[in-house]
Ligand binder design. Structure first.
Ligand code: FE
Length: 235
């Protein structure tokens, strides 16, 4: 039997994998980046075949890996993680530099980055695994911690552990639920649901706050989509 809960026990980091050239640039959020050999140092990055970046990596023959820091802006993650480069210019308004091979390298909210020249590509069904030899690296922030997928899911989503300042006492939540019939709203980009009974403690929004009463500049805590784009859920 496959217990999918077991798969959640695997730990991952969160990265922006980018590629392109002077005219076309794109990148996406990946948790499947890992070193595969030490000599020469090579990295693997797994990418969905439908992803615009996959097409561009094949063309460019190189890619960069930006290692995000723990408190990376959710708007940056939203832009690179939940939107397609076929629809928006992800590098507009993003801090980046250009690598030796000509690919863009996101430097914003990172602890380090790695530039790779493509050496191999493996077809694994729905995804491609790109293998690249390291040609250049840089540490951009030596004090910040790298962002892990678990941190993103558990802390940024508000499902914080008991010893975290954002922990929510569930018994209080359930009590609050009984005396509220306020509608929930869904983020159209990432599927996050704003539940008035829970509020958004990470953004300082208390349980019991109606969606309409959220500040105008409130954005999806997971992906940074604006409040106006949220969709009301019936009942
Ligand atoms: Fe979202």
């Amino acid at each position: 039997m496959i217990n999918f809960e077991a798969l959640f026990k695997v730990s991952y980091g969160l990265y922006i994998v980018s590629t392109g050239d002077e005219t076309v640039k794109n990148g996406f959020i990946s948790n499947s980046v890992f070193q595969v050999t030490a000599d020469p140092p090579q990295f693997a990055a797994c990418c969905n075949k439908d992803n615009y970046t996959a097409e561009l990596i094949k063309k460019a023959g190189s890619f960069s890996i930006s290692i995000l820091k723990q408190d990376a802006d959710t708007k940056l993650i939203g832009k690179f993680g939940y939107k397609s480069g076929r629809d928006i210019q992800k590098f507009d308004g993003t801090e980046f530099s250009t690598g030796k091979t000509g690919v863009p390298v996101v430097t914003e909210d990172t602890v380090a980055w790695i530039e790779c020249r493509l050496t191999n590509t493996f077809d694994v069904g729905t995804h491609l695994i790109f293998i690249g030899e390291v040609v250049q690296t840089e540490i951009t922030d030596n004090t910040a911690e790298p962002l892990t997928y678990a941190w993103y899911r558990n802390v940024k989503k508000g499902l914080a552990p008991k010893n975290a300042p954002t922990y929510i006492d569930k018994s209080k939540l359930e009590q609050k639920k009984e005396d509220t019939s306020l509608p929930k709203y869904r983020c159209p980009a990432c599927g996050y649901i704003y539940d008035p009974a829970k509020g958004d403690p990470d953004s300082g929004i208390k349980p019991g706050t109606a969606f309409e009463d959220l500040p105008d500049d409130w954005v999806c805590p997971l992906c940074g989509t604006e409040k106006d784009d949220f969709v009301k859920l019936e009942n």
